[in-house]
Design a protein around this ligand. Structure first.
Ligand code: PRP
Length: 210
């Protein structure tokens, strides 16, 4: 059966942790821990279809059939807020490569402005996981996927914590092949481009700025 797009987690741990993340009183240290934990749970859901190769493994008693990941994975955090999603996922996928894309949203136009990009010359992986907690207008996610596709990435997935309907629709329209994984879909965007009810500014809340 085809996966729904977006895939919105129904896992009780995700829903519990997301509630703590939203809470205004949650301080940056706890906020960072929650982003990390939710990211690991989303990673579990987003990696269910990774290809495996069958291999033999010698146990202390006999030879057993085992499996190893066939595909190389790239983690692509969108700076800054996506940074907090890297470490937990990297623990689950220690062989992954990490590439950074720096995008900041112009406060007036809400358009993403690129200020940093660190990718190898040629793509070295089969699957890219784009990481950004907030999918608001979708401009940043679309720009990041554009960069990755132009560079040659084939399979791209987007992992975020909260999505607004506007951003989900825009990303799906621009890149229908990109599967989206979220912890929640919220109501709407306000005039300032913030997701409502959301959790505020995910970058500022992680890094103690703003
Ligand atoms: C925020 C957020 C996303 C982006 C989402 O980043 O972290 O990257 O906006 O908005 P969009 O879907 O409308 O593009 P911001 O520009 O505030 O930068 P920061 O992560 O450095 O705080």
């Amino acid at each position: 059966m085809a996966e729904e797009n977006p895939n919105v987690s129904k896992h009780p741990l995700v829903l519990h942790k997301l509630t703590l993340l939203r809470r205004e009183k949650t301080e940056p240290k706890k906020f960072r821990e929650l982003i990390r934990e939710i990211s690991m749970l989303l990673c579990y859901e987003a990696t269910q279809d990774l290809a495996l190769a069958e291999i033999n493994v010698r146990t202390p008693l006999a030879v057993a059939t085992g499996y190893e990941l066939k595909e190389k994975i790239g983690l692509v955090p969108i700076l800054r807020a996506g940074l907090g999603m890297v470490n937990g996922i990297w623990e689950m996928l220690p062989g992954a490569e990490v590439w950074h894309i720096g995008l900041r949203r112009d406060e007036r136009t809400l358009q993403p402005v690129e200020y940093y990009r660190k990718l190898p010359v040629d793509p070295t992986v089969q699957v890219c996981l784009v990481l950004d907690p907030m999918l608001a207008t979708g401009g940043s996610a679309i720009a990041a996927v554009n960069i990755l596709k132009k560079w040659g990435a084939r399979r791209i997935k987007f992992l975020g914590v909260i999505g607004a309907p506007e951003g989900i629709n825009a990303l799906k329209e621009a890149h229908p092949d990109v599967q989206i994984y979220l912890a929640a879909v919220d109501e709407h965007l306000n005039e300032a481009g913030f997701i409502v009810p959301g959790l505020g500014d995910a970058g500022d809340r992680q890094f103690g700025t703003g």
